[in-house]
Write a protein that binds this ligand. Structure first.
Ligand SMILES: Nc1ncnc2c1ncn2[C@@H]1O[C@H](COP(=O)(O)OP(=O)(O)OP(=O)(O)O)[C@@H](O)[C@H]1O
Ligand SMILES: [Mg+2]
Length: 343
């Protein structure tokens, strides 16, 4: 069966072309304020279309906030930014009941979580209680206020930023919570050419970004992701890759089944944005680091020796074959452009 055989339903040429057009429009628009690899912006978009939340990590001044805000604005969704601070309380983000003097009753004042795209900026500055409220909302897509459940809008996408440099007053996210992010994107320093281009750009007034899509497009494309075809063989490949992190001798905590599911969904979204209605093995290999690196914890010994989760993921990628039980069948080297920027 060729990939094209059994999909067709729903993913016609027009829908694929729509996905590619949106990607190009978004890249052009975001590119006006964020200078960096297009693959980074595409990965962000793919994660959002896969209905996943994104953790953007990088040292101060790498344009984490700039990039997250640009993507949110450009997608044309209802957007809120929450600056996380040490005194931020759960109710400050979820909302609270306030007494209405005129009506003599309590009414719900919804917090900033009630938006389609939420930028949770510097998430590691808030205490664990508030982080939990956010992460619960990310998983459940609903919040509980005074015992009553409130459904969050659709789409509901969280872009969180965190600065990995140890500073005073910073609360690192616990591993269990980090698992709720579909991808972690680690921003790197710009290349020389990019940084010079940034200086040139900022000689002129920074352009105001405009929306190139709307919530309806985002939901439509998220549904199109569901219709992207994945061969049975590739599902096995995904699971074997994820399971290999659990069996790895230098690993204390491997990736969860949530990671397998996430990798599959993200690969489908990535394929859609490339104008394809089927996932290729290369999609999976290219996306693996972004999905797994933040979920894999190496053993204490391995950490002391300087081994990182990125190295484990690279190792797993090299050892795991596309087809099981065929000794000698190895893959050509994966295109790790994205992985390297991400490592
Ligand atoms: N790659 C880049 N492209 C365009 N502008 C950049 C880039 N890197 C840094 N800048 C500029 O540097 C400044 C800092 O960016 P921004 O505030 O988004 O960084 P940040 O990563 O959120 O930093 P912090 O961790 O301190 O919050 C902005 O003026 C931004 O436009
Ligand atoms: Mg910032």
């Amino acid at each position: 069966m060729t990939p094209a055989d059994d999909q067709g339903q729903g993913l016609d040429h027009a829908r694929l072309a729509h996905a590619v057009a949106l990607r190009d429009a978004l890249l052009a628009e975001v590119g006006q304020v964020y200078i960096g690899a297009e693959s980074t912006v595409t990965l962000l978009l793919a994660a959002l279309l896969a209905r996943g939340h994104v953790l953007l990590e990088g040292v101060p001044g790498l344009a984490k906030t700039t990039l997250a805000k640009a993507v949110a604005v450009t997608l044309g969704c209802e957007f809120r930014r929450i600056q996380f601070t040490p005194d931020l309380l759960p109710a400050d983000i979820t909302g609270t009941y306030v007494f209405n003097q005129k009506l003599h009753e309590f009414e719900l004042r919804k917090g900033p979580l009630f938006a389609q795209v939420v930028l949770a900026d510097e998430i590691n500055r808030a205490p664990a209680k508030t982080q939990s409220a956010l992460l619960e909302a990310m998983q459940e897509r609903q919040v509980t206020i005074e015992g009553a459940t409130q459904i969050l809008p659709e789409p509901f996408l969280v872009l969180a930023t965190q600065n990995p440099v140890e500073q005073e007053g910073v609360y690192l996210l616990p591993e269990a919570q980090i698992d709720r992010f579909l991808v972690r994107i680690r921003l790197d320093y710009p290349t020389l050419a990019e940084e010079v281009r940034m200086l040139q750009t900022y000689n002129q007034p920074v352009p105001a970004l405009k929306a190139v899509a709307g919530a309806v497009d985002v939901l439509e494309l998220a549904r199109a992701v569901d219709a992207v075809h994945v061969e049975e063989k590739l599902m096995h490949y995904v699971v074997r890759l994820v399971q290999a992190t659990r069996a790895h001798p230098r690993v204390a905590l491997g990736a969860s089944p949530r990671a397998s599911l996430g990798l599959l969904r993200l690969s489908k979204a990535w394929a859609l944005l490339a104008g394809r209605d089927y996932v290729s093995p290369d999609d999976i290999r290219r996306l693996l680091p972004a999905v797994l690196e933040h979920r894999v914890m190496v053993t204490t010994d391995a950490a002391i020796e300087g081994m990182t989760s990125a190295a484990v993921v690279r190792d797993v990628l090299q050892r795991t074959r596309l087809t099981e039980g065929q000794p000698g069948v190895t893959l050509p080297p994966a295109d790790l452009t994205l992985g390297e920027r991400n490592a």
